[in-house]
Design a protein around this ligand. Structure first.
Ligand SMILES: [Zn+2]
Length: 557
C-alpha cells in the first residue's frame, strides 16, 4: 500500500500522490493561505485479514537452499563529462513567518527530475546567492519563484534579458520589466483564494494535445502576452469556461512557466508537463528512439496470506508472458505474533513459482509494521515501518545505523529462504528523510515514490521516468499507482495515457494479489479476466513491459 500526502488526499483516494505542498506565498492580494500539510487518514480504514488458517509448515526439502549474499553493485559513474545545471529558488521566508513557501523543497524535486541524466550536475542555491555569469555559463539555469515580489539580483535579470538559457517558474516575471525583446510581456497575476475563485481558476493545462489537470486549491498564476512571431506556446492553462493563457512559453533559450508546477503533484497533473519539458530545455535530442516501457509490480507478498490470490495473479502473468517484479515482506507479524514464511509452504511455493517465472524480488521493509519500534506495533502490510505515521514524526528508535541493521536483517531472512532481493520498496512509500541514505547503503536501486524535506516542508514525489535522486539512489518510476477503492483500472489506464504522449514514457504500477482472492469483496476486486484486461490495456497504448533491472538513467549527449 502507499501513502499519500497533501491536499489531494481526501478527494483523490490513496493513489493520487499530491505532495505535502506549501501554500502560495502572500501575493498581491496579501492573503497567506493556511498550511496545507494534511497527511490525512489514508490507512486508518485499511486492515489486513487474519492469517491464512490452512497454512502448513514447510518440510526441509521443500525449501530452496539459501541464496548467496551478493551485495548490490553501486551505480556506475557518469559516462561522459558533467554538464552543470543551476536551480535557484526563493530565499526562504524568515522562521517567524506564519508559513513556509516550500521553495527549497521544490528545488530538490526539480533536481530529482534533472537526475534523469547521469551526467548532469545540479547546483541548488537561494537566488540571493546568484553570482554574475552563473546563468550565462551553465547549460541551463532554473529559477523557481515562490515568494511574491522578492528581490532578484540585477546580474541575473540582465543575463536573462541578454538571452542566457534560463527557465523561469512562478512569481516575479514582472521584475524583469520590459521583455518585449523576448517576445513576452507581463500582463497580470491571477489569484484564486475563495471556493468560487478556485472553481473558476486555470484548472487544466493542455500539452501535446492532451489535458493535464491542476489540483483545485488556492493558487496564483502569472499571465504573459506571448508574441507568436518570437515565441512558441508549448502548453496552455485553461479555466473551467475554456479561457486560455500561456502556461509554458519558449523564446529561443528562455522558457517561462506560469506557476510553480511542483505545487500539488498528481498522476495526471501538469507536473508531467514540466517533467517532460526538461528534456527539451536541456537539448536532449536522443528521445526519438525510446520505446514506451511499462513495469508491473505485485505488492505486499506476505506469509499472512493464503496462496490463491497470488496463484491466480501468476496464472495471468504466465499466460501473457510479461516481465514483472514483486515486493516481499521478509518477516510478518499479526497481533504481535510472528508468522514466518516457513510456516506457510503453500504461499511460499507461489513466491518460488514467481521467481521461476522471472519475477524480480524486491525487499519491502523488514516487518512492514512497528515491530520493536513502537507500541502498539500493528500488523504487517498494514503499518508504516520507517516513519511514525500516527504521530507524524521520525521513530525515536530508528536512526541511520539501526535502520541499516534492520534492513540487513530482513534481507538475510529472504536470502535464507533462497530469495535474492535486488531492489527495495519502502513500506507505504514513507520514511524519515534522514533514513534514505541508510536504505541507499544496502539498495542503490529502488522502485517507489519518496519523501523529501527542506526548510520545514516535507513532501512526496513520484517520477515519470528513472532518476538518480538527491539521496544518490536510482529510483525506478512508479507513476500510475495501484488499483484500490476509488481508483480502479480505468483510472490507471487514464494515467498511463497521460504519460503516453511524453518522450520516453513509462507506465509503472502495482497490484495487490489479494484483490484476486475468492473471499475478497469490494469494488477493487480483481479477477484473472480484469487483471488481463488491465495489462493488455496498457500494452494497447503502445507500452512494452520490461524487467525493472534493465532500466537506468539517460546520458545527455
Ligand atoms: Zn506495502
Amino acid at each position: 500500500m502507499i501513502g499519500l500526502l497533501g491536499l489531494g488526499t481526501a478527494s483523490l483516494g490513496l493513489l493520487a500522490w499530491a505532495q505535502a505542498s506549501a501554500p502560495p506565498a502572500p501575493a498581491s492580494a496579501g492573503a497567506a493561505a493556511p498550511g496545507a500539510n494534511d497527511t490525512g487518514t489514508l490507512f486508518n480504514g485499511y486492515r489486513v485479514s487474519p492469517p491464512y488458517r490452512d497454512r502448513v509448515a514447510a518440510r526441509p526439502n521443500q525449501l530452496w537452499p539459501a541464496a548467496k549474499d551478493v551485495p548490490e553493485p553501486p551505480l556506475k559513474p557518469p559516462s561522459s563529462p558533467l554538464k552543470t545545471v543551476r536551480v535557484f529558488y526563493s530565499d526562504p521566508l524568515p522562521k517567524s513567518s506564519a508559513f513556509r513557501d516550500g521553495g527549497s523543497l521544490h528545488a530538490i524535486l526539480l533536481a530529482n527530475l534533472l537526475g534523469q541524466y547521469d551526467n548532469v550536475k545540479v547546483i541548488r542555491a537561494p537566488i540571493s546567492q546568484y553570482k554574475s555569469g552563473d546563468a550565462k555559463n551553465s547549460l541551463r539555469t532554473f529559477y523557481i519563484g515562490t515568494v511574491y515580489d522578492e528581490k532578484i539580483p540585477a546580474e541575473f535579470m540582465n543575463e536573462v534579458k541578454a538571452g542566457a538559457p534560463v527557465t523561469w517558474m512562478g512569481y516575479n516575471i514582472w521584475k524583469l520589466g520590459d521583455i518585449t525583446a523576448l517576445g513576452l510581456q507581463y500582463k497580470s497575476l491571477h489569484t484564486a483564494l475563495t471556493p468560487g475563485q478556485i472553481a473558476g481558476a486555470y484548472s487544466a493545462v493542455t500539452y501535446k494535445g492532451r489535458v493535464y489537470n491542476k489540483y483545485p486549491a488556492r493558487q496564483e498564476i502569472s499571465e504573459v502576452h506571448a508574441d507568436p512571431a518570437k515565441t512558441q506556446t508549448l502548453a496552455v492553462a485553461r479555466s473551467a469556461v475554456g479561457d486560455g493563457i500561456p502556461y509554458l512559453v519558449r523564446s529561443k533559450n528562455f522558457y517561462f512557466v506560469a506557476d510553480n508546477p511542483f505545487l500539488y503533484i498528481q498522476p495526471t497533473g501538469r507536473y508531467l508537463v514540466m517533467a517532460d519539458s526538461l528534456k527539451t530545455m536541456l537539448g536532449d535530442s536522443g528521445t526519438a528512439t525510446c520505446k514506451k516501457r511499462a513495469i508491473l509490480r505485485l505488492e505486499d507478498l506476505t506469509s499472512l496470506r493464503g496462496p490463491q490470490g497470488l496463484k491466480d495473479t501468476l496464472d495471468v502473468i504466465e499466460k501473457l508472458k510479461v516481465p514483472f517484479a514483486m515486493t516481499v515482506i521478509p518477516e510478518s507479524y499479526y497481533g504481535g505474533v510472528s508468522y514466518p514464511w516457513k510456516g506457510n509452504i503453500q504461499s511460499l511455493q507461489q513466491v518460488y513459482r514467481a521467481v521461476k517465472l522471472g519475477g524480480v524480488v524486491i525487499q519491502h521493509g523488514t516487518t512492514h509494521n512497528y515491530h520493536g519500534l513502537r507500541d502498539p506495533e500493528g500488523n504487517s502490510a498494514e503499518e508504516w515501518e520507517f516513519w511514525d505515521k500516527e504521530d507524524n514524526k521520525s521513530l525515536d528508535k530508528l536512526g541511520p545505523a539501526s535502520t541499516q541493521a534492520r534492513i540487513r536483517q530482513g534481507r538475510a531472512t529472504l536470502l535464507s529462504l533462497g530469495l535474492r532481493p535486488r531492489l527495495w520498496t519502502t513500506p507505504h512509500y514513507e520514511a524519515a528523510t534522514e533514513l534514505y541514505p541508510a536504505i541507499n547503503a544496502v539498495y542503490p536501486r529502488v522502485i517507489e515514490r519518496r519523501m523529501y524535506a527542506a526548510d520545514g516542508v516535507r513532501g512526496g514525489q513520484f517520477f515519470p521516468y528513472p532518476v538518480r535522486d538527491v539521496y544518490g539512489t536510482l529510483v525506478l518510476p512508479e507513476d500510475l499507482g495501484n488499483i484500490q477503492k476509488g481508483y480502479l483500472s480505468d483510472s490507471l489506464l487514464d494515467a498511463a495515457e497521460a504519460n503516453s504522449v511524453l518522450d520516453c514514457a513509462y507506465a509503472s504500477f502495482f497490484v495487490h494479489p489479494y484483490l484476486l482472492e475468492s473471499g475478497h469483496v469490494g469494488p477493487d476486486k480483481l479477477s484473472k479476466a480484469s487483471l488481463t484486461a488491465l495489462i493488455t490495456g496498457i500494452q494497447a497504448q503502445g507500452y512494452t513491459f520490461v524487467d525493472p533491472l534493465d532500466i537506468t538513467t539517460r546520458t545527455l549527449k
